[in-house]
Design a protein around this ligand. Structure first.
Ligand code: XMP
Length: 573
């Protein structure tokens, strides 16, 4: 995992209004009456056909009531090597519980109010199965109300949003091991409108905050725990410890390791694919690389990778990918050198959306052309990750605004009659990296900054020309080299150069120059959804500008883009 970056933490605090931004430490459970949450808002259809789950692991079930940060619960648990799955409450029936056979259950937060008729609930039988249960925020309120306590609807005076401090109350308990050391208080992140006004019979209070007298409650005999705050977010700094205590008490062995995952995934791929052939679109990015290596390990030469070179790659990129996968891993790899086709189609195009759509469509055509030549192909491998699966429906249930048309191979499997192999669909990005390491992929691949499907096209605002692409590639290589030389590569989520569609006047030696200006872009981020610019030192920036202007013919001016996302996006188009 990337090392936490203090600057980033600060920046994320400033972006608090944007919920659902993964590790931002942001919680958005608006008080009752403010959310207008439509029923079925979180239908998550894709999670209903998750890859076959590894049944020999202890499994924890997270019942999702629609919190923006439910995913973070899963991440905290995976960090503890606990296998867990998130399922929307609508799907969790008695039969589902029988089939899933969880060893423990967590109720997530959610935007609704338990005081509303018809608000989301778990099946009543969940309490009668002898399972440890942890309820968080809305999950606490559901648990209290279901078990005979009382919840009052939100009023301004009792609503609590943001940082709060919990102090110990009552007896100490194993559930709170590592908390309240020396009787001290703990910082937590609150986000609730409603509040528990009376705890259910059997429960006792273990922690209170000024706005939440029942901040930590538990019925130790039944192993039911319920907290008003969100232990999964970064702004509850000691929150992971509560999850650790909970899973320990629930008897989890912590056996969800990458070594185990690798073996299981290989067995599942073999079972799914049989003797058929699989095609994999390889971009050289982390996800497709790890998926390809894993599948290759499972089925060997039944896998053929197609690497589409659209002429919009970075310096030496095609060569690196081909060398790594064809020469090092001995994978059957088609290097589809199609730059002419892409660059001619892009001639005269300057609108960003037209660029993206042109590239996306051509990519599919080209990919299909090569795939058609692979006899007996029945499967298409994709590096789909768990966040793609659980975020497949927007929280509001409505269409979200298209900021950019992302390039992918969507639609291809149906068109070609291919079934999907998605061996990473249970993993988070950091787990994919861990799996890549487990599979022996070098760090130069695993730690790579993301690179967008449309490549340099969207780093070249305005019309794309071969000349500009050449200049851009060189400048980009110098910038990345600088970042590596200064040991900054792993601290930065993504760094690149954009060539600007303007020429400016300069003076070099005794002569006038009239060359392109470029912008350096380097950001920190957790998931690419929000980002802040990286705080390079002035010395670094100065040195980099000098190197680019001296080493790259065609650029005579260098700027640094200090826009965060939002309001900017990471790429320039
Ligand atoms: P933006 O520019 O939207 O980018 O802030 C967020 C992250 O997504 C990457 N990106 C893409 N990745 N296909 C991709 O595979 C695309 O079309 C695409 N557009 C942007 C971008 O590089 C950043 O990491």
């Amino acid at each position: 995992m990337r090392s936490p970056n203090p600057r980033q933490a600060r920046a994320e605090g400033g972006l608090r209004h944007l919920a659902r931004e993964s590790d931002m430490g942001v919680v958005s459970c608006p008080p009752a009456g403010l959310q207008g949450s439509p029923p079925g808002h979180n239908a998550l259809p894709m999670s209903t056909h998750a890859a076959p789950a590894p049944h020999d692991h202890d499994r924890l079930l997270i019942i999702d009531f629609g919190s923006q940060v439910t995913q973070l619960i899963a991440r905290r648990l995976r960090e503890l090597k606990v296998y867990c799955e998130i399922h929307p409450y609508q799907k969790v029936t008695d039969a589902f519980l029988d089939d899933f056979a969880p060893k423990a259950v967590i109720f997530s937060g959610g935007p609704d109010s338990v005081t509303r008729d018809g608000s989301p609930r778990p099946p009543a039988s969940v309490y009668a199965r002898g399972l440890p249960i942890l309820g968080i925020c809305y999950g606490q309120q559901v648990m209290m109300q279901d078990l005979g306590g009382k919840v009052e609807a939100g009023e301004h005076a009792t609503a609590e949003f943001g940082r709060a401090y919990v102090t110990p109350a009552g007896e100490s308990a194993d559930f709170l091991k590592g908390w309240f050391n020396d009787g001290g208080r703990e910082q937590v992140w609150m986000s609730h409108g409603d509040h528990v006004s009376e705890i259910a019979p059997g429960f006792a209070v273990y922690g209170t905050s000024p706005g939440a007298p029942f901040a930590i409650t538990a019925d130790l005999a039944r192993r039911f725990f319920a907290v008003q705050f969100h232990p999964e977010v970064h702004h509850t700094p000691n929150g992971a410890k509560l999850y650790e205590n909970f899973v320990k008490m629930a008897g989890f062995k912590g056996d969800w390791t990458m070594g185990a995952y690798r073996e299981e995934a290989i067995a599942r791929i073999r079972e799914q694919v049989g003797d058929a052939r699989v095609i994999c679109g390889l971009s050289g990015g982390v996800d497709s690389s790890v998926a390809a290596v894993l599948i290759h390990e499972a089925i060997g030469d039944q896998l053929t990778c197609v690497f589409v070179d659209h002429g919009l790659l970075r310096q030496d990129e095609a060569e690196q990918v081909v060398t790594m996968f064809r020469d090092h891993y001995n994978m059957p790899l088609i290097h589809a050198e199609e730059s002419e086709r892409f660059l001619s189609a892009l001639e005269g195009v300057s609108d960003p959306e037209v660029k993206r759509k042109t590239i996306g469509k051509l990519f599919i055509d080209v990919f299909q052309h090569y795939a058609d030549g692979i006899d007996g192909a029945a499967f298409l491998a994709q590096g789909t990750l768990y966040p793609d699966v659980i975020e497949s429906v927007s929280f509001s249930g409505g269409p979200s605004v298209t900021i950019k048309s992302h390039h992918n191979v969507g639609g291809l499997p149906e068109k070609m009659g291919l079934k999907l192999v998605e061996p990473l669909r249970e993993l988070f990005k950091d787990e994919v990296r861990a799996l890549g390491r487990e599979l022996g992929l070098p760090d130069s691949f695993i730690g790579r900054h993301p690179f967008p499907g449309p490549g340099l096209a969207i780093r070249c605002p305005g019309e794309i020309t071969r000349e500009k692409l050449d200049i851009l590639r060189k400048a980009d290589a110098v910038f990345i080299d600088q970042i590596r030389r200064h040991g900054l590569y792993d601290e930065i989520w993504q760094a690149f150069v954009a060539i600007l569609p303007v020429k400016t006047v300069g003076v070099m030696g005794d002569g006038r120059t009239y060359d392109f200006a470029c912008a350096l872009r380097a950001v920190t981020s957790v998931d690419g959804m929000t980002a802040d610019y990286y705080p390079f030192s002035h010395d670094f920036l100065g040195e980099t500008a000098t190197r680019i202007i001296n080493e790259v013919k065609g650029i005579n001016r260098v700027t640094y883009d200090i826009t965060s996302k939002p309001p900017g996006t990471i790429e320039w188009e």
